[in-house]
Design a protein around this ligand. Structure first.
Ligand code: ATP
Length: 537
């Protein structure tokens, strides 16, 4: 399975940079979700990798093949990139059965494929199955109706599933009526001889394939191969029972599974999905998420999945690629993105309920702790988990900014440079207050290195008699297992998640406790995360 590599990939329309200098390596067999707010460039990124959109500049490699390079003028068309797509609007052919819908794409494939003598191959497989008739009888017994009669259609499906054979072979196998206890050793011997004869050279191609020396020629898939593929994928997505139905006779979730099966049938080594679950109801969505996880493991393919739903991204992905305004914000495993966000935007985008941001002003003491004033007039001390040199951090930030400005100046002097119209700005975090303020009316404050922001996930806000911050319950949402509470401290509101079936009454006076060593400290000017640690209030 291939690795996908994007190097300095940019897509702009006029001055609008939909994707801005993206560098990304999508590992072999990974499940990467492209996540970000609407319009951030997720779909554009996916379409560029797939070959449906031409980047303005950069280079894209799939496996060892360069599929796009703006300098070398390489641009391999989508149908030659060996990738599968699954889009939000999975249009199935209404006039075709499920089987025909899945098989349709396969019948159009024409490429170098190994030559196989199916008669001989099937004979060998059938002989093998007939050598253990008890196994077959067990499967057939499972297909008996109330009267004890075997349901023929069900038997085909079960035999296909149990022995990974085509429908053609399943019909033959059924035809032996092994449930009657008939001795089929003579038939099995005849089949074995047929296969052996083919092996002896009567049929070169069968021999070649069996010995692993694949003979390739450009040809279409045979009916038998198509059938095997259709059966294989329908087993994976569990739609074997619906093969003869038309799309209109299926539920939304079943239709979606057919669409997935159709995409999987040509065995793409990379599968691109653009919000494929967005038009399913909440329950089905959840069910399909499990299916997709299983599919990813079973197919061994690389999945690249676009979503704006952070829960979906968190639960499905091995890696999340979080984009904002065309710029990569973080590319990490879901829990790293959650616990170790690079900046305010990332911290805010993932997590439900959202993270609490608390403005803090202060500086570092000689012992390394940072003394802060928070929530109006409260004193707190941030203890970094790792040694922190705050003045050094600011110095490095300023040097980095100067370097970027210099690089930008150089780029701007190059021929053909187009200034980015959709400028990157530091994310404006939200401070929850009882009386919401209109930020647009406020003047931009002059920020110093004393201006910091704390990020506190709701699970670290607790209610305890020993808590140092006095507050009042402002709202509570009990779900049975846990309650999401809002606590008012002065004018400020903090969101917490409290586990257990405690009932909170609005207006109750409480004490808030901030626990754990995963409290985040951000630089307000750049929005970047400075350190993780604990907070003493
Ligand atoms: P959504 O979640 O809403 O689908 P997205 O992150 O997938 O959003 P894209 O479809 O990648 O967003 O679009 C990124 C930006 O590029 C958007 O602001 C969009 O308006 C713009 N854009 C997309 N296609 C074109 C085009 N053909 N011409 C001009 N601008 C475009």
């Amino acid at each position: 399975m291939p690795e996908i590599r994007l190097e300095h990939v940019t897509k702009r329309w006029g001055k609008f940079y939909a994707v801005d200098d993206l560098n990304l390596v999508i590992g072999d067999n990974s499940f990467v979700t492209l996540l970000g707010p609407s319009g951030c460039g997720k779909t554009t990124t996916l379409r560029m990798i797939a070959g449906l959109e031409t980047p303005t500049s950069g280079r894209i490699t799939i496996g060892d093949k360069v599929v796009f390079d703006s300098r070398l003028g390489i641009n391999i068309p989508a149908n030659k990139r060996k990738v599968g797509f699954l889009f939000q609007n999975y249009a199935l052919w209404p006039n075709m059965t499920v089987y025909e819908n899945i098989a349709f794409g396969l019948s159009n494939i024409k490429e170098p494929l190994p030559k196989v003598d199916f008669e001989a191959k099937n004979a060998a497989r059938l002989a093998e199955i007939l050598s253990t008739p008890g196994e077959v009888v067990k499967v057939l017994d499972d297909c008996r109706d109330k009267t004890g009669k075997i349901d023929e259609k069900k038997a085909y499906i079960k035999l296909i599933d149990a022995f990974t054979i085509s429908q053609y072979t399943a019909k033959k196998l059924y035809g032996y009526h092994l449930e009657s206890g008939k001795d089929v050793s003579a038939e099995a011997a005849a089949l074995r001889e047929k296969a052996e004869n083919a092996k002896k050279g009567l049929n070169e191609s069968f021999e070649a394939v069996r010995d692993g020396q694949v003979v390739l020629e450009t040809r279409k898939l045979t009916k038998e191969e198509i059938d095997l593929s259709v059966r294989r994928v329908s087993r994976i997505v569990k739609i074997g029972m619906f093969m003869d139905r038309y799309p209109a006779e299926l539920s939304g979730g079943q239709q979606q599974r057919v669409a997935i099966a159709r995409t999987l049938a040509p065995e793409p080594s990379v599968l691109f999905m653009d919000e494929p679950l967005s038009n399913l109801d909440a329950k089905l969505r959840l069910e399909m998420r499990y299916e997709l996880q299983r599919l990813h493991v079973e197919t061994g393919s690389t999945f690249v999945y676009v979503t704006h739903d952070q829960m979906e991204a968190m639960t499905l992905a091995t890696q999340i690629c979080l984009i904002n305004n065309g710029v990569l914000q973080q590319y990490d495993a879901p829990l790293t993105v959650y616990n170790r966000p690079n900046n305010l935007f990332v911290a805010d985008f993932v997590g439900n309920p959202s993270i609490n941001f608390v403005e803090a002003k202060g500086s570092q003491r000689a012992d390394g702790a940072v003394e802060l004033t928070i929530l109006g007039d409260k004193q707190a001390v941030f203890h970094p988990a790792q040694p922190l040199d705050l003045p050094g951090w600011f110095k490095a930030r300023d040097e980095h900014d100067a370097l970027l400005a210099e690089e930008h100046k150089q780029k701007a002097a190059e021929k053909g440079f187009v200034e980015k119209g959709n400028k990157d700005e530091t994310f404006r975090y939200h401070i929850a207050k009882v009386e919401e303020e209109d930020l647009s009316l406020q003047e931009e404050p002059v920020l110093t290195n004393e201006d910091l922001v704390l990020g506190i996930r709701p699970e670290f806000i607790g209610i305890a008699d020993s808590g140092a911050l006095a507050g009042e319950i402002y709202g509570a949402m009990p779900t049975g297992m846990e309650s999401t509470i809002k606590v008012r401290i002065g004018d400020f509101l903090l969101t917490g998640v409290v586990f257990g079936s405690t009932l909170f009454t609005i207006g109750t006076q409480v004490h808030v406790d901030v626990s754990g060593d995963n409290i985040m400290l951000f630089d307000r000017r750049s929005g970047k995360c400075v350190a993780f640690g604990s907070l003493e209030c």
